[in-house]
Ligand binder design. Structure first.
Ligand code: BGC
Length: 600
């Protein structure tokens, strides 16, 4: 018996897992060694897991961390469980079980993209990754880089714009930052998941070259730059084949062409077969949402029936293990309960928001607000209490809690996402910055009353909002809540009007020639109010640059009518469901612009 083996036996007798001790070996060797010691059942354990919040409390494994996903480990070999949380804008924590838990909420992806600053992307990633780590998560489902092809798409706010180079560079920085905490990040949603309408049934049909020159390129750059340990495949089909069982995407492009070494996890409810494993999917996430346990009981059957070779199981388990060793989650295990410096992290969120604000118009240099402005009226947007944020799995409950949460009617995920405002009031910040001025507030619900207030002021700051959530696309590009009519009325009464947009993506601005200034603040995160006030007053020079083209109206879009069933005021007619709802039919999505996305 070699000394090494002897030492191993001794360690095992002491109850210390052998694999964990071999920290000086490279991840491939460690993965191979662990795999060799695993039983067939243990290998399958690594290939699937539940969404913890959907488990009855009596069925929750001991010590489970409640987040988006959980993959049990193999304790006897020192293989840790994967504890997974969303996502790109901070540790998302809407789960009832963790109610009251807060995290630092960064501005939206499009805000980050407007900074054009890879270092900032990395700093933000490092910050949210450190919070994930401190809360006991070793996988952060960060890194959304689907391209913004249509301003009506519901998840644009999570993504990084329309340009594959910019988006790829930024997501690479973000992922590298997250993973600098020795945790795993996952780039997502692979691939072509650019619309929410019918996202789990539609097929994006596009030739290979334009795909590789657009959406795929953003991932390629992101993977090259950020080296994520995981990729998340998406709900939709690509050229007729589900992304999570698409050999072209999962094997030809990702592995053969790009040499990706990590593992592929599914999106939650995006798996349709056990054979997906052979196509290149390694892990079924949130398995209750699929309806069938394709990667557990059914996988055992598939192997027994010869539909899936045992070697494919080994390959998938090996990739998952390799990512565990390569990321550092084994050598430096996460532990919930570490102290978080929320003040320092909030400062990063504010810096990001300040740099992400884009000045779209400034007629007569009305901004920055002159020291001589005495009577200022702030209108709408709940600016007296906070700033808007986007809904869905990426929603972060910010430090300080929401200023306001409003339940929404309609399709998509509105049943469980609310229109939520971060607790950072632009009005309060403006008052603090301009102590000499009289600054009043009008809520904007009555355009006539707002116009009267505007007339009596030296300067008007009016907020325009557009709320978006995962799970539904917009029906048009208009502002919410009659915002366009409000701005028209106010600008008519007082041309010294500054519009601050809190929107997910591009919106129509039929009033744009009538107002003096326009700021695109996107969803500016938990310190957005301060950031907006600092840009308005000139404490910060607005230096954000657009990461998306601003079409004048939907007529200018490559698809003036969204593909698939029509989106109604109540949400998409093919609402988001998990797995396949009875009667839902696939439909083609074509993007006539191909690789010429946006200004290209
Ligand atoms: C989203 C993913 C997310 C997952 C887990 C899905 O609905 O598409 O982006 O990571 O849920 O919450």
């Amino acid at each position: 018996m070699s000394y090494r083996l002897l030492a191993g036996v001794a360690l095992t007798m002491l109850g210390i897992p052998v694999i964990a001790q071999e920290s000086n070996q490279d991840p491939d060797k460690r993965a191979e060694a662990a795999l060799r010691q695993m039983t067939p059942e243990e290998k399958i354990t690594l290939l699937h897991g539940p969404m913890p919040s959907l488990l009855q409390s009596s069925k929750r494994p001991e010590g489970i961390v409640i987040g988006a996903g959980y993959i049990p480990g193999v304790p006897r070999l020192g293989v840790p469980a994967l504890t997974e949380t969303d996502a790109s804008l901070g540790v998302s924590n809407l789960n009832d079980l963790r109610k009251g838990d807060v995290a630092t909420a960064l501005p939206s992806g499009l805000s980050l993209a407007s900074t054009w600053d890879v270092k900032l992307a990395r700093a933000g990633g490092a910050m949210i990754g450190s919070e994930a780590r401190a809360k006991g998560f070793n996988v952060m489902l960060v890194g959304g880089v689907n391209l913004v092809r249509d301003p009506r798409a519901g998840r644009n706010f999570e993504y990084l714009g329309e340009d594959p180079l910019l988006a790829g560079m930024l997501v690479g920085g973000q992922i590298a930052g997250v993973q600098s905490n020795n945790i795993i990040a996952t780039i997502k949603h692979w691939a072509m998941n650019d619309l929410e309408t019918g996202r789990n049934v539609h097929s994006v049909d596009m030739a290979e070259a334009p795909m590789r020159e657009s959406d795929l390129l953003a991932f390629e750059i992101g993977i090259e730059r950020g080296q994520p340990h995981s990729v998340m495949c998406s709900y939709n089909r690509v050229n007729g084949v589900y992304a999570c069982e698409n050999p072209f995407l999962l094997t030809d492009v990702l592995r053969r062409d790009w040499g990706f070494r990590g593992f592929v996890m599914s999106d939650w409810g995006a798996v349709h077969s056990s054979e997906a494993l052979v196509a290149g999917l390694d892990q079924q996430s949130g398995e209750q949402l699929d309806g069938k346990r394709w990667f557990s009981d059914l996988m055992v059957q598939a192997v027994a029936q010869g539909r899936v070779p045992q070697s494919a199981i080994d390959t998938a388990a090996r990739r998952i293990l390799r990512s565990m060793y390569a990321s550092g989650i084994v050598n430096r295990p996460v532990q919930a309960g570490a102290k978080i410096d929320y003040a320092a992290n909030g400062a990063i969120a504010q810096q990001a928001a300040e740099q992400g604000i884009v000045l779209l118009r400034n007629a007569g240099n009305i901004l920055p607000i002159a020291a001589t402005a005495r009577r200022i009226v702030v209108i709408g947007g709940h600016a007296d209490i906070g700033v808007l944020s986007g809904g869905g799995s990426s929603q972060v409950r910010p430090v300080g809690g929401f200023a306001l949460e409003e339940r929404q009617k309609g399709g998509g995920m509105s049943a469980f996402t609310k229109r939520s405002y971060m607790p950072s009031s632009p009005l309060a910040a403006l008052r603090a910055a301009c102590p000499e001025a009289q600054i009043s507030f009008v809520d904007g619900s009555d355009p006539a009353a707002a116009a009267i207030a505007a007339k009596a002021a030296d300067l008007v700051v009016v907020f325009g909002e557009k709320w978006a959530s995962e799970g539904a696309d917009h029906k048009d590009m208009a502002l919410d809540l009659g915002g366009d009519a409000l701005i028209e009325a106010v600008a008519e009464a007082n041309p010294r009007t500054v519009v601050v947009l809190e929107s997910d993506a591009a919106v129509a601005m039929p009033w744009h020639g009538k107002v003096a200034a326009i700021l695109a603040a996107w969803y500016p995160g938990q310190r957005g109010g301060e950031a907006i006030a600092r840009v308005l007053t000139g404490a910060v020079n607005p230096s954000g640059r657009l990461p998306v083209t601003l079409p004048v109206s939907v007529d200018q879009l490559p698809n003036p009518v969204l593909p698939g069933p029509q989106v109604s005021a109540a949400g998409p007619a093919a609402p988001v469901t998990y797995g396949l709802a009875a009667g839902q039919k696939t439909f083609p999505v074509t993007f006539p612009e191909g690789s010429d996305v946006g200004y290209r």
